[in-house]
Design a binder for this molecule. Structure first.
Ligand SMILES: [Zn+2]
Length: 323
């Protein structure tokens, strides 16, 4: 049986039960008062009659709280709340996004899910929010290697390259900094305004353990880096001299983070093409998420979708801040 034939992709009642089983693993939680014990399911409730549905539509996943007497569904307080789209379509969209290595465009979601393009676009951005994991642990614990590199992409919003022209210099492009922890195999990417040391150093100190072993290329901002860090060890590989793995020490290279960028760049060029700077952090969250939960780390598509689903809580994205 194909994973796509799972009932929760096609049947709204099954979709609610699936999402409830993940978000309410210990039973329903009232989003109004936080009550945990006295909620009961309301069966057979229908929406008001309309011309399209003279008998109203069945309301799935409806619960009532015995403490505060209010009704709720598992969509409340999640990225699904402001949307009228059936939960089945959301689950299909999440599955497509977590299982496509280079992402899936809003155009393709629009065609596959048979929703309006604009709907698909907002859907995808909300799912990226669900994938956003935030910085929890520092990288490089126990002296582990952390590769640090940056990549340049698209065009800075106020670049001098002109409206239609492509950005010529790196200065005119948007900049991304990525850290990859070799031991935990996790990546953390962020949008930066410049590659100057003044901007990079605080990020490194905030995200890296003091014992971390930092590996970079020979770019100017990494010269004498140790002097500015809070004790981390640092080594550089000299790409300019044709050195991709240090001749002296084979541990010194940035191949892992470069592999991360090759997926990111193929995705951004091939799938997404245009991306405004104020949305870039969400695309990075998407690529980080898939990388951190990739099958090489033992996470398969279905499990990855369930992990993304856990992130839907408390991440409501309104049209205003999506703009
Ligand atoms: Zn309540």
């Amino acid at each position: 049986m194909s994973i796509l034939s799972k009932p929760y992709f096609h049947d709204e009642k099954a979709a609610f039960e699936y999402v409830e089983s993940i978000l309410w693993a210990d039973g329903p939680e009232c989003p109004h008062c936080g009550g945990l014990e006295r909620a009961y399911k309301l069966e057979g409730v229908r929406t008001k009659a309309s011309r399209k549905n003279p008998e109203g539509k069945e309301r799935h996943g409806l619960w009532k709280c015995g403490h505060c007497r209010k009704q709720f569904t598992v969509r409340k307080g999640t990225i699904f709340e402001e949307s009228h789209l059936p939960l089945t379509k959301w689950l299909q969209a999440i599955y497509l996004m977590v299982s496509s290595k280079k992402g899936i465009s809003a155009h393709q979601l629009h065609r596959v899910l048979e929703v309006q393009y604009k709907t698909a676009w907002f859907l995808a951005h909300r799912i990226r929010e669900a994938m956003r994991e935030g910085a929890f642990d520092v990288f490089g614990n126990g002296g582990g290697g952390v590769e640090v590199d940056e990549t340049f992409f698209g065009k800075e919003p106020h670049s001098t390259a002109g409206r239609r022209k492509r950005a010529r210099s790196l200065h005119d492009k948007m900049k991304v900094l990525t850290l990859v922890d070799r031991n935990t195999k996790q990546a953390r990417s962020m949008v930066i305004d410049s590659t100057r040391r003044e901007e990079i150093v605080p990020i490194l100190n905030a995200n890296l353990s003091k014992e971390a072993y930092i590996l970079t290329d020979e770019a100017r901002q990494y010269q004498s880096l140790s002097f500015y860090l809070s004790g981390q060890k640092h080594d550089r590989v000299n790409h300019g001299k044709g050195e991709y793995v240090s001749f002296k020490n084979p541990e010194v290279h940035t191949q892992t983070v470069e592999n991360y960028y090759s997926v990111f760049k193929r995705g951004m060029k091939g799938t997404y093409q245009h991306c405004a700077k104020h949305h870039l952090h969400r695309y990075l969250a998407e690529f980080d998420f898939r990388y951190n939960h990739r099958s090489a780390n033992g996470v398969e598509d279905g499990e990855r979708a369930a992990l993304a689903l856990r992130g839907v809580k408390g991440k409501r994205l309104t049209y205003q801040n999506a703009g």
